[in-house]
Design a protein around this ligand. Structure first.
Ligand SMILES: Nc1ncnc2c1ncn2[C@@H]1O[C@H](COP(=O)(O)OP(=O)(O)OP(=O)(O)O)[C@@H](O)[C@H]1O
Ligand SMILES: [Mg+2]
Length: 269
């Protein structure tokens, strides 16, 4: 659907950890330039692995793209090192809001500054504080002691400091209260719109993701089982059963247990 001007094309990749554990079994995803695309899936489906394959972080975990390819801005990047990929404008906000706990909020933000190409540290900070006024208030506090929501804002802010063209967000809503999730997602949408950052968003919170992203992919055990406009996915019976019906992570069935087997079979063909 987005083939005309995609910033990122993940083309039928296979990923293995430690040379033997096959985790992604042919995954294809496209992110249009300036767009937001969501990647949904249950625990262990391979969502984070997909993002790490793009950012190159896979290599730090002894993982490798063993088939297919990843094209970014017309260049194949799946054999590049993470540092090189970061320089090209891809930033990953990893799962679990990993701040440097002993540094202040502002020091955390400054960590992202060395990758910035045009902005000074001061300009970068101003931009982050413009989008996250809360962080300005907390800038001198030790990051390990600010709230979970503020830590999540800090890691997204740090990513923004790098002047990215493509942001890979791994479950930014995880463990946050609804009000904060709303606040953070509003900002993410603004970053997309005003800063023109393309976004690949991994979420377990399907309702949220489908509201923010106009197009989404659904992943199950290392494969894409569906992709469509969010509008269509929201009306899909299986998505309703599996992703929209139950909201808590623990209460979820396997996607395979959902009754509408015929329909699923059709997606696989
Ligand atoms: N470093 C690793 N070495 C070996 N196997 C791994 C490694 N990282 C992940 N895996 C395996 O790969 C599969 C996919 O994991 P991944 O973290 O990509 O899933 P996920 O969709 O992000 O799940 P979650 O929703 O729990 O974050 C899982 O079976 C996991 O155990
Ligand atoms: Mg994950």
């Amino acid at each position: 659907m987005y083939t005309s001007d995609a910033i990122l094309k993940i083309k039928n990749i296979e990923v293995r950890y430690h040379e033997v554990i096959l985790v992604l079994k042919g995954v294809s995803i496209e992110v249009p330039r300036g767009g937001i695309v969501a990647l949904l899936g249950a625990n262990g489906a391979g969502k984070s692995t997909t993002l790490k394959a793009v950012s190159g972080l896979l290599k730090t975990e002894d993982g490798e793209v063993t088939d297919g390819g990843i094209e970014y801005e017309g260049r194949y990047i799946h054999h590049e090192r993470a540092a090189q990929i970061a320089k090209m404008g891809i930033v990953q906000v990893i799962e679990g809001r990993r701040v440097f706990e002993h540094l202040t909020v502002e020091e955390n933000l400054k960590v992202g500054a060395h990758l910035a190409k045009t902005r000074s540290v001061k300009e970068g900070l101003e931009l982050v504080y413009h989008y996250f006024p809360r962080l300005k208030e907390k800038r001198n506090e030790v990051a390990g002691f600010v709230s979970g929501g503020e830590q999540q804002m800090t890691v997204v802010g740090r990513a923004l400091m790098t002047e990215p063209k493509l942001m890979l967000l791994d479950e930014p809503s995880m463990g946050l209260a609804p009000k904060l999730i709303h606040e953070i997602f509003n900002i993410i949408q603004k970053l997309n719109k005003d800063e023109k950052i393309s976004i690949l968003l991994v979420e377990q919170n399907a309702k949220l993701a489908l509201n923010v992203a106009p197009y989404a992919y659904v992943m199950e055990t290392g494969r894409i089982v569906m992709d469509d406009t969010s509008e269509k996915l929201m009306q899909n019976e299986d998505i309703k059963d599996f992703y929209l019906g139950l909201t808590d992570k623990g209460g979820r069935k396997s996607f395979r247990d959902v009754k509408h087997y015929k329909r699923r079979k059709r997606w696989l063909t």
